[in-house]
Design a protein around this ligand. Structure first.
Ligand SMILES: [Fe+2]
Length: 145
């Protein structure tokens, strides 16, 4: 069974954002698999990739909000920062051999679901008039694709 199933309520309607969120969900499912297989080195590797990707995604979102003059950018950025610190703390504990990956998984699923539904959906109305040229430039600059 898939650990974190994508549900339509998670769609923001901004496809570039939805695709990035889906990628994060994919990483969470890969992490779940590695945890179930008790593959310690795979767990460490996926946590690293997931953290990197999520931080880049946060930067993309923040630039998008800034470009559209979203008034609550600072508050949203603080939420991203607090979450990044929390994940980095888990990462440190995992690297030190502590068995907290199940806790991390459940935290990730709950946090991401709430954050998308509440915080991310709040910027959609202002940010949905997407400038596709800007998006593709920002995506290749940040994600290197
Ligand atoms: Fe966000």
């Amino acid at each position: 069974m898939t650990y974190f199933e994508w549900v339509p309520e998670l769609d923001t309607g901004i496809s570039v954002i939805d695709n990035q969120h889906k990628r994060i969900v994919e990483y969470i499912n890969i992490l779940d698999q590695a945890v179930r297989e008790k593959d310690v080195s795979a767990v460490a590797e996926v946590v690293e990739q997931l953290t990197d990707y999520t931080v880049t995604h946060f930067t993309f979102e923040e630039e998008l909000m800034q470009k559209h003059g979203y008034p609550y950018l600072d508050a949203h950025r603080k939420v991203h920062q607090a979450f990044t610190e929390r994940v980095q703390n888990y990462k440190k504990r995992i690297d030190q051999g502590e068995d907290v990956s199940r806790q991390l998984l459940s935290d990730l699923r709950i946090w991401l679901t709430n954050h998308i539904k509440r915080d991310d959906k709040d910027y959609v109305e202002i940010c949905n008039k997407i400038d596709h040229g800007w998006v593709s430039k920002a995506v290749s600059r940040l994600f290197g694709t």
